[in-house]
Design a protein around this ligand. Structure first.
Ligand code: F6P
Length: 532
């Protein structure tokens, strides 16, 4: 499928990106959605490459699949489910039909219940045994944690409700340190789990319930649940009026738009949460109605496919020059890698090309003092995706924000331009001479021609966060359709879970490790010998 693109890429591989950057390229090789600008002019994609990339969308029927997704068809074919996280932000309420039934009345009713409860918590109408709720602990993992945790940090300037804490790891350090910070009498515990069976979440939830029971007469009265499994939330003792349900057509990593976002809604208030939903809905409209060359999710996906499947770059760095997006790379790791890290096509055939890339990153400028050395001078090319806002939320420190922006733009410029041996010599010619000058200069060369994209926006508001998250979701969708895989299942997480369950009695010393492989048995032996 990528043959024509690979042939084209081979002919342009040595071209310097900056030689293409005439006055018109920045405009031509960018696309915008609302107030968000996506600039991909600092990549080696030219008009011919872009046309071939857009052909991929036509060949693989992306438009038809997109319409099928939005209209509730069961595009998650291995699980027989629709993929309708978009319905959670469809706040206009336009009907969306699954199995002959419009799901929107149910979605809007749950949203209204969440808003009522969030308001009651924020206003002190819903109280703990010790009075107004001061702390909310969200217990969940994967999509039941990363979305609200990322959003809570992203929207910190809007958070005027109780403090929120996010416990995910089964490592007791996580829940223990969080409980130490909270007073059970004024804490609300939200158990967030689509299935309500995930071992990490249920273990932490039981620990939290015991902790609360020690000091509060009715612990269940300070618990809420977010799940698709009403029987299990009831069995855990959480009354139905504090259970916020959703359907199996919301994937875990796509779930922060609905009940899983409750902690975020409590923190920033229902109004701001609605703005977040509105941002997501705006991106949906853009994705559904904009021609491909101007379609930001489609172009972001095509740039990703160009770098990974065509050029062969195995990773991509997500580098937010926006400290409030510090958890975005972690959020995207699940969104992108759980969705598109697959080895077979929808039909069960082995993939003939690489699946999705490794996604990683840290906020700028911290990364500059950590791993940018490798990005600039290492032997592998790492396409970089920068994010930057025109302004922060600290007007009195705007000069610091300007310094942040200068750093962001300087990095993409440096990656592209590099520094030649001649220029490097010039930098050290006053200190060294002869062979030593050559040696020292070589260390200061930047090969450059390293691709990057920049997503720029006025400010990280709730609306903008909604646009950005929906943008990445649609990017994953487009890449998944082009690769012919199912982006909405996650069988790859099963084996480890099964083996962990089987190993539990072994690590507890109730069974011996005889049936295990030699390495695992030896590790169990070492750990048990040291206090396990
Ligand atoms: O890691 C597998 C996974 O199923 C994710 O897809 C999901 O977000 C996470 O576990 C948590 O699942 P649940 O919300 O059912 O506890």
């Amino acid at each position: 499928m990528f043959d024509a693109l690979k042939a084209h890429q081979a002919t342009v591989a040595d071209r310097r990106i900056e030689t293409m950057l005439d006055a018109g390229r920045a405009k031509d090789f960018s696309a915008s959605a609302g107030e968000l600008l996506f600039d991909y002019s600092k990549t080696n994609i030219d008009g011919e490459g872009r046309a071939l990339l857009i052909d991929l969308l036509e060949q693989t029927g992306v438009a038809a699949k997109r319409d099928a997704m939005f209209s509730g068809e069961k595009i998650n074919e291995t699980e027989g489910r629709a993929v309708l996280h978009t319905a959670l932000r469809n706040i206009d309420g336009k009907p969306v039909v699954v199995d002959g039934e419009d799901v929107m009345p149910g979605v809007l009713e749950t949203l209204a219940r969440m808003e009522k409860f969030a308001t009651e918590v924020r206003d002190g109408i819903f109280e703990g045994q010790g009075g107004k709720i001061t702390d909310v602990i969200n217990i969940g993992i994967g999509g039941s944690d990363l979305g609200p945790a990322m959003g809570y940090l992203a929207l910190a300037p809007y958070a005027d409700g109780p403090r929120c804490h996010f416990v995910s790891n089964v490592d007791p350090a996580d829940i223990f340190q969080t409980m130490e910070k909270c007073d059970p009498a004024t804490t609300l515990v939200i158990v967030a789990s689509k299935t309500f069976t995930t071992i990490e979440t249920m273990t932490n939830a039981r620990t939290a319930k015991e902790w609360m029971s020690e000091q509060v007469t009715d612990a269940s009265a300070q618990f809420a649940a977010l799940s698709t499994a009403m029987d299990k939330t009831a069995a855990f003792g959480i009354p139905a009026n504090r259970v916020f349900g959703f359907e199996d057509w919301v994937g875990g990593r796509y779930s922060m738009w609905g009940p899983i976002g409750l902690s975020l809604m409590i923190a920033v208030g229902p109004q701001n949460f609605r703005e977040f939903l509105r941002g997501g809905q705006e991106m949906d409209k853009h994705f559904c109605s904009t021609e491909w060359s101007q379609n930001v999710p489609a172009m972001l996906a095509l740039v990703g496919l160009w770098h990974n499947q065509v050029c062969g770059h195995a990773t991509r760095a997500v580098l937010p020059y926006d400290n409030n997006l510090a958890r975005l790379p972690a959020y995207l790791q699940q969104l992108e890698m759980e969705s598109n890290g697959k080895g077979v096509s929808m039909d069960g055939e082995d993939l003939a090309f690489n699946s999705g890339p490794v996604v990683w990153g840290e906020p700028g400028t911290n990364g500059q003092h950590a791993f940018y050395q490798l990005i600039h001078q290492g032997t592998r090319v790492i396409p970089c995706e920068f994010l930057v806002a025109a302004k922060g939320h600290e007007p009195e420190l705007h000069y610091q924000h300007q310094l942040l922006v200068a750093n962001c733009l300087a990095q993409s410029e440096a990656l592209m331009k590099g520094r030649s041996l001649d220029e490097a010599r010039g930098k050290v010619a006053d200190k060294f001479e002869g062979a030593e000058l050559e040696r020292q200069a070589k260390h200061r060369v930047f090969v450059g021609n390293r691709p990057s994209t920049t997503l720029a926006y006025p400010q990280l508001t709730p609306l903008m966060l909604g646009q950005i998250i929906a943008l990445y979701e649609h990017r994953v969708f487009v890449e998944g359709v082009v690769l012919g895989i199912n982006s909405y299942d996650q069988w790859g997480v099963e084996l480890g879970k099964e083996l962990a369950t089987a190993l539990q009695p072994v690590v507890e010393g109730k069974e011996d490790a005889a049936g295990k492989d030699g390495s695992t048995a030896a590790l169990v032996g070492f750990l048990r010998g040291n206090g396990l």
